[in-house]
Design a protein around this ligand. Structure first.
Ligand code: HEM
Length: 447
């Protein structure tokens, strides 16, 4: 099979499209899909060929029906330096085994038990707020979701170390996303400034994680029914051995990283969007007041908080926290009428798909009402896929949705968040996740 795709934006002779992409990744991809269609050839440097796939049926083939012809692509392989061989990065049989082991922890009924803790953490946060004070909301949301994931999954309180951890994750995210779009890989062992910073960040995270594991192993009753207990108790079916500290560390690090940043970004974007759309904010408050009548939310309220749910779906449409996912062909494979060779990378961007006019009328408008009807039944499955799809679909999707609704409801019930006066325009920064560049400062006003 030979690759028959030549259409794509013109690039420079050696670097190809690298610099245009780096300058504005989202704009570049959106324009490329608009101008060149469903499969677009992009080149990073002389050797790296990437194909942007923007047809929902083709995306389904890559993620679901022909998924065994692909592995995760370069970006996530770089992430292995941080998260090791955990659920997010492992492949094949190893991935299947890990997924089977961890899946029960994320069962809907099981995670429902975490609802009250989530609300408690959110209440603690806002109990510390002063009326009309200005806050860096992006940081508040990051620390809140980090505290929740470590409490619910590992039974540990990291609030003391939250700044160091947050900074280390920041360094890691910048490093990994830069390498994902580079064409020269300087080995990690070479002591460049960025390599050294990155190594230090891993050390900070490792210290935290090994401390979590050590504490639990030393407890007389380590069984708590959470993810950490389950990992420590897991035994290999063939030889009955348990996981090594390194293996447990990789899973813990994976959940630690994958389990809070995406949800925090969703929340920050939602607060921002609400502050810019008073008509939506009004309906949001009406729903909170009618459904909750002044009491704190519980998991049982979630089905009644339909508008709040739609606000979240809409925020994840406009600002999908996972803004693109990539796969690398491991064997010759045909997608639609196109053929791909081993080593070629296919990129699928939620940001591009979620803003396509053919599926979403007036796509740049924040309009949660669009999710009221049966839109998700009418459009193709992979026109809207904030959590990915197929066997590698986000394992924490129900956890994230439940958490986001409960936190929005707990905070929105008591506070109105306004963009701080003279705030510079809020722009998305597509690192590993889609963050608001430089954060969002907001004035919190008691309602
Ligand atoms: C709004 C929040 C979230 C979004 C948008 C999101 C998005 C995603 C996406 C798109 C993938 C698939 C990546 C790929 O196919 O390459 C994924 C995988 C994953 N997510 Fe999430 N995620 C969120 C929250 C969470 C939470 C709360 C957890 C853990 C508690 C989590 C843990 C994971 C893990 C472990 C994987 C890898 C699953 C596998 O490969 O089997 N995520 N996530």
């Amino acid at each position: 099979m030979t690759n028959n795709i030549t259409t794509g934006p013109r690039g420079l002779p050696i670097s190809g499209n690298l610099f245009a992409f780096r300058k504005d990744p989202l704009g570049f991809l959106q324009k490329a899909a608009k101008e060149h269609g469903d499969v677009v050839h992009i080149r990073f440097g002389p050797q790296r060929h990437i194909y942007l796939i923007s047809n929902p049926e083709y995306i389904k083939e890559v993620l679901v029906t022909k998924q065994s012809s692909f592995h995760k692509a370069k970006g996530l392989r770089t992430a292995k330096a941080v998260i090791g061989e955990g659920l997010l990065t492992s492949e094949g049989k190893k991935h299947l085994r890990q997924r089977r082991l961890i899946q029960p922890v994320f069962h809907k009924q099981r995670i429902a038990a975490y609802g009250d803790r989530m609300v408690e953490f959110a209440k603690n946060l806002i109990d510390g707020w002063q009326d009309r004070e200005e806050r860096l909301i992006t940081q508040d949301m990051m620390e809140l979701t980090l505290a929740i994931i470590t409490d619910t999954m590992f039974g540990i309180d990291v609030r003391q170390d939250v700044h160091d951890i947050g900074h280390a994750i920041d360094v890691g995210m910048h490093y990994v996303s830069r390498r994902a779009s580079s064409f020269i890989d300087i080995p990690l062992a070479v002591p460049t400034k960025s390599n050294r910073e990155f190594q230090h960040a891993i050390e900070v995270l490792d210290k935290t994680i090994y401390h979590i594991i050590e504490e639990r192993r030393s407890q007389s009753e380590p069984e708590r029914g959470d993810l950490l207990s389950m990992l420590l108790a897991a035994r290999d079916e063939m030889n009955g051995t348990g996981m090594t500290d390194q293996e447990v560390r990789d899973q813990v690090m994976t959940i630690f990283i994958a389990g809070h940043e995406t949800t925090a970004n969703t929340l920050s974007w939602t607060w921002y969007l609400l502050s810019q759309h008073p008509e939506v904010e009004r309906r949001f408050w009406d729903e909170l007041d009618n459904v909750l009548e002044g009491r704190l939310p519980t998991v049982d309220d979630i089905p009644s908080l339909t508008y709040t749910n739609n606000i979240l779906w809409e925020a994840m449409r406009l600002y999908p926290p996972a803004w693109s996912i990539s796969r690398e062909a491991v064997e010759p494979v045909q997608i639609g009428e196109y053929c791909f060779e081993p080593g070629e990378t296919l990129m699928m961007s939620q940001y591009v798909m979620h803003r396509k006019e053919e599926y979403f009328e007036n796509p740049d408008r924040f309009f949660p009402e669009r999710f009221e009807g049966d839109i998700l039944k009418r459009i193709p499955q992979f026109a809207y896929f904030p959590f990915g799809g197929g066997p590698r679909i986000c394992i924490g999707n129900n956890f994230a949705l439940m958490e986001a609704v409960l936190l929005l409801a707990t905070i929105g019930q008591r506070y109105k968040l306004e963009l701080a006066p003279n705030h510079p325009s809020v722009e998305p920064e597509p690192l590993v996740t889609l963050r608001p560049k430089k954060g969002i400062r907001m004035v919190v006003k008691q309602r």
